[in-house]
Structures are given as C-alpha cells and as structure tokens.
Write a protein that binds this ligand. Structure first.
Ligand SMILES: NC(=O)c1ccc[n+]([C@@H]2O[C@H](COP(=O)([O-])OP(=O)(O)OC[C@H]3O[C@@H](n4cnc5c(N)ncnc54)[C@H](O)[C@@H]3O)[C@@H](O)[C@H]2O)c1
Length: 322
C-alpha cells in the first residue's frame, strides 16, 4: 500500500513510518517541521519506499495531490502538547481544526481511508475510571486555553464521523493516551516521561506538579504504533472511535521515583505548583484511565510493553543522545 502520514517527521509519525516500511508499504511522510525533526526520519531518507515532503496540511493543493497518490492517510499532524497550545492557541486551532478539515475534505473527494489521531484529552477533566469511548466529556471554560486542544480534537472527531455517516468516508478515530518512547522531544509536547528522564540524567531536580498523586496511563510507542496499524487494517474498525492505550494507572510521583531509580540519578524530587509552568489560568486533570475493552474486541489490540521495560528503552535512548 501507499500510505500518507501527516506529521510523519514527528515522534509517533516517524515510528509509524518505520513500522509500515518494515512491512513493505510505501510511505509518504508530510511534515512542516514545526515540531517534527529530520533527525527522526534521517535513517529512512535513502529508503526506496520512503518519501519526505516538507509542507503544510493547510496547503489544500498539496494535500489534494498527496492524498490522491495514497490509499490510506494516517492523519497525525497537529500542534501537540499543552505547552504549545497554551502559548499559541490560535496556531493550534488553525492547524488542529482547519488542517484536519482540509485532510478530511480531500480524503472524501478521493474516497481514501483516514485514520485520525485523537487524544485522551477529549475526555477533559472527568474523574471516571476506565474511560470508554462513548463516555461523556467534561470540559473546562473556553477562557482556559488548555481546553482548546481537547475541543479541537473533539471537533475533528465530529467532523470525521460526519464525513463517514453522510459521505461514506472510511474513517477510524484513535485516541492515544500518553505515548512515550525514543524520539520524544523533551522540548516538544511536554511529555512528562521525557521531562523526568532528562532531569534525572542531568542530575537536576525532578519537578513534579502538585502532590504528584494525579495519575495517567502510559503507552509505549511500539504499542501505540501497533494499535494504529491495526486501526488502519481491520475492516470492522471503520467508523469507530478507539482508545489506543495501556490500562495500567500510574501516579506522576511514582513515575518520578521509577525514573530516578532506573537512571541511578542523584536528583531530588521536588513539588512545584502548576502555575509555575503554565501560568495562573491553568487547570489539570487528576485522573485519566482508559477502558481498553473496545480496542481489544474490535482490533484484537492489547498493549504489551510494561512500563518498566518501556522506560528502560526510553531512558537508554536519551542516554545515547548525550
Ligand atoms: N504523543 C502522545 O502521547 C499523544 C497523545 C494523544 C494524541 N496524540 C496525537 O498524535 C499525533 C502525533 O503526536 P506526536 O506525539 O507524534 O507529536 P509531534 O509533535 O511529534 O508530531 C506532530 C507533527 O505534526 C507536525 N505538524 C504540526 N503542524 C503541522 C502542519 N500544519 N502541517 C504539517 N505538519 C504539521 C509537527 O511538525 C510534528 O512533526 C497528534 O495528532 C497528537 O495530537 C499524541
């Protein structure tokens, strides 16, 4: 198959490209390099099945052309991460709403399947454990910029489902939960794993926001990619929304302790108020645990990599980068 990955020089997109190339597919990776890096795809630039296109998803003509050439689109390009969204909500909304609109419209014109990368952020600040795909979303005020990422991703989902129902566009929506692994950018989407690993390797204080009792479910990138590939290939997933995640719930403090131990770091673990990083007008969510039942049932997907093993790989990669 010829596959288009938007955001193909980004963290998940570049791993997805590796996996699809290894399976013998042709990959076109589109990225405007705003957050992605050539270093992430350098090893593929000479691969006969790989083509990198530097460009923007907002460029309608380019998207028309690339989408026509490909059989399936993994739409991953987005302004990602609370930090970027809070600092430039306008850019985030333009890319994450209009950009997705361009991709879906072009895909519809050519009837190409789209796998849309959404996020656990769409659940907002609900405290429910084992969040199922059809659960209610609980959003904060529009005056808190953090929620524009969640809102944009939710709008993307609505748009994709509308194209599916009204125009028969084949779409699968996948909600990633805190993916981590090699190529994470410590300056990038604000991955707490990347931040803690680098602080620990530098023997700097590991900075936990609040009391650290807030929890997340971390998914190693090999599992993130496996779920994404299945979403693109399993017919029964068409028109569905699926959590791509590992169910295990880990507190941020526990994560900090694990990373400190695994790096052998002399760092201390310190607690900072959220406002220090994100300003006064910030809200966090204290719990986010996925239900993985639907992805298992429909895709046969089960995240395999335990947190300790994934962290070992990720820390090893950061160590090698030094
Ligand atoms: N990493 C996670 O844990 C996570 C969690 C939930 C959802 N997601 C979603 O997964 C997708 C990939 O995220 P990632 O973690 O790999 O982040 P990333 O920042 O590494 O990848 C996004 C890529 O999109 C590119 N991009 C941004 N705007 C663009 C534009 N206008 N045109 C073309 N390219 C553009 C960036 O340069 C970057 O390479 C995103 O849609 C994100 O919202 C990721």
């Amino acid at each position: 198959m010829r596959v288009l990955i938007t955001g193909g020089a980004g963290y998940i997109g570049s791993h997805l490209a590796d996996r699809l190339l290894a399976e013998g597919h042709h990959v076109v990776a589109l990225d405007n390099l705003s957050l992605g890096k050539i270093a992430n795809i350098q090893h593929n630039l000479e691969h006969p099945g790989f083509r990198f296109v530097e460009g923007d998803i907002l460029d309608k003509r380019l998207m028309e052309q690339l989408i026509e050439e490909c059989e399936i689109i993994y739409h991953l390009a987005a302004v990602v991460g609370v930090k970027h969204v809070v600092s430039d909500p306008l850019q985030a909304m333009m890319t994450n709403v209009w950009g997705t609109g361009v991709v879906l419209q072009s895909a519809c014109d050519h009837q190409r399947k789209v796998v849309l990368a959404s996020s656990s952020e769409v659940y907002g600040k609900t405290m429910k454990s084992a969040l199922a795909e059809d659960d209610d979303r609980v959003q904060g005020s529009t005056q808190v910029s953090r929620w524009c990422y969640s809102t944009a991703k939710a709008l993307d989902e609505h748009l994709a489902l509308a194209y599916h129902r009204q125009r028969q566009l084949p779409v699968v929506i996948i909600r990633y939960f805190n993916s981590y692994g090699p190529r994470l950018d410590p300056q990038g989407y604000g991955s707490v794993v990347a931040k803690f690993a680098n602080q620990a390797l530098d023997d700097q204080s590991i900075t936990v926001h609040g009391d650290g009792q807030q929890t997340r479910s971390f998914t190693y990138v090999d599992d993130t990619v496996q779920g994404s590939v299945l979403a693109g290939t399993v017919e029964a997933a068409n028109g569905e929304v699926l959590n791509i995640a590992r169910a295990e719930e880990t507190s941020i403090l526990r994560l900090a302790e694990m990373i400190k131990d695994m790096t052998g770091s002399s760092s201390d673990i310190v607690h900072l108020p959220h406002e220090r990083e994100y300003g006064e007008n910030f809200e966090d969510t204290s719990r986010r645990v996925p239900s993985v039942e639907k992805a298992e049932r429909i895709l046969g997907f089960k995240a395999e990599v335990p947190l300790a093993k994934g962290l070992e790989q990720t820390i090893g990669w950061f160590r090698n980068q030094r």
